[in-house]
Design a protein around this ligand. Structure first.
Ligand code: ATR
Length: 285
C-alpha cells in the first residue's frame, strides 16, 4: 500500500518566487512531526480567484487544506472566503485561508505576528507605549487590531493619503479601548514614539523616509515590515538617529507560526526557525 499523500498548502501571490514561506513551514512541519507539503502558487494579477479555486480543487497530489496569501491579493482573498475570523474582518484583508468542510475560512495573522515579534523577540512590551504606524495599505490594516489589543497609550497611524489612515482609524475605533487612536499626515504625526513601525512601500521604492527623525524617542524600536535590501534604508536611518532598527523577518516567522497553528492545531517554536532563516539569507547574500 502506498503512503497516503500529505496535506497540501502553498503561498499564493505575485511574485512568489522569493517567498521564504515554504522554508519556514517545512521547518515547522519537521519540528512538530506534521506531514505537510507546502509550495508556491504564482497567480496571474487578473486571475487570482480562478488560480486559487483550481489549486483548492486539485487533490491529485494530496488534499489541499489551505494557503497563505501575499501581495497583492490579501483583500481579494478576504472577499473570496465564506467565513472570517474577527481579526480578518477588522483588517478586511486575509493572509491565511483554511479550506475545510464548511468552506473557506479567512484569517489575518500579520498583526499578531508583528506584536509577537515586538514583544517576545525584540523584548518591548507595547502596553502604555506611544506607537507610530506608518502606512495605511494592506500591511498596516492587518496590524492595527492586534496592536490595539496590546494596549499602547497611543497609536498614531500616519499616511501620505491621510483619508486612508482616517478610514482605518474609524473602523478600529470600537476596539481602541483606552488607547488614544488618531490618523495623521506623516509631516504632522508628533514626536517621541517608543515604537515606530514602517508598513509603507516607501523603502521598496527607494523613496525618502516619509517622517522626520523626531518621531524616534531615544532608544526607540524602529521596525520595517520588509526584510533584506528593502528594509535597509529604514533601518540605517533609524540607527543613525539612536533607535534600534529591526527588519520584518521575525514578523514573517511569527505570522507563519500562527497560520500553521490554525491549520494543524499545534504551535511551533519560532526561535530556531528565525535563527535558521537569518543564516540562510546571510549565506545567500
Ligand atoms: P501593502 O499591502 O504592502 O500595504 P499597499 O496597500 O499598496 O501595499 O500600501 C502601500 C502603503 O505605502 C500605503 O500606505 C502608501 O501610501 P498611500 O496610501 O498614500 O498611497 C505607502 N507608500 C507607498 N509609497 C510611498 C512613498 N513613496 N512615500 C510614503 N508612503 C508611501
Amino acid at each position: 500500500m502506498s503512503a497516503p499523500h500529505a496535506d497540501r498548502y502553498a503561498v499564493a501571490g505575485n511574485p512568489v518566487e522569493h517567498s521564504q514561506s515554504p522554508f519556514i513551514h517545512a521547518a515547522f512541519a519537521r519540528q512538530t512531526d506534521q506531514a505537510i507539503d507546502y509550495g508556491r502558487l504564482l497567480c496571474p494579477l487578473d486571475g487570482f480567484a480562478d488560480a486559487l479555486r483550481r489549486f483548492a480543487a486539485d487533490d491529485s497530489a494530496g488534499p489541499v487544506r489551505g494557503c497563505n496569501v501575499t501581495v497583492p491579493f490579501k483583500f481579494e482573498a478576504f472577499e473570496l472566503a465564506t467565513r472570517h475570523t474577527p481579526r480578518a474582518t477588522l483588517a478586511r484583508a486575509a493572509n491565511t485561508l483554511r479550506f475545510d468542510a464548511e468552506g473557506w475560512l479567512a484569517d489575518n495573522t500579520d498583526g499578531i505576528g508583528l506584536v509577537r515579534d515586538i514583544e517576545r523577540n525584540a523584548g518591548v512590551r507595547l502596553a502604555g507605549r506611544r506607537v507610530l504606524l506608518m502606512g495605511a495599505g494592506g500591511a498596516a490594516a492587518g496590524a492595527i487590531g492586534p496592536l490595539l489589543t496590546s494596549a499602547p497609550a497611543a497609536l498614531v497611524v500616519a499616511n501620505r493619503t491621510v483619508a486612508k489612515a482616517q478610514a482605518l482609524v474609524e473602523r478600529h475605533r470600537a476596539v481602541a479601548g483606552q488607547t488614544e487612536l488618531v490618523a495623521r499626515a506623516p509631516a504632522d504625526c508628533g514626536s517621541g514614539f517608543e515604537v515606530v513601525v514602517n508598513a509603507t512601500a516607501s523603502s521598496l521604492q527607494g523613496a525618502d523616509i516619509p517622517v522626520g527623525a523626531g518621531v524616534l524617542a531615544p532608544g526607540a524600536l524602529a521596525l520595517d515590515m520588509m526584510y533584506g535590501p528593502a528594509a535597509r534604508g529604514f533601518i540605517d536611518w533609524a540607527q543613525a538617529h539612536g533607535a534600534r532598527g529591526r527588519d520584518g523577518l521575525g514578523m514573517l516567522v511569527e505570522q507563519a507560526a500562527e497560520a500553521f497553528a490554525l491549520w494543524r492545531g499545534v504551535m511551533p517554536d519560532t526561535a530556531p526557525v528565525l535563527d535558521a532563516l537569518r543564516e540562510r539569507l546571510a549565506a545567500s547574500r
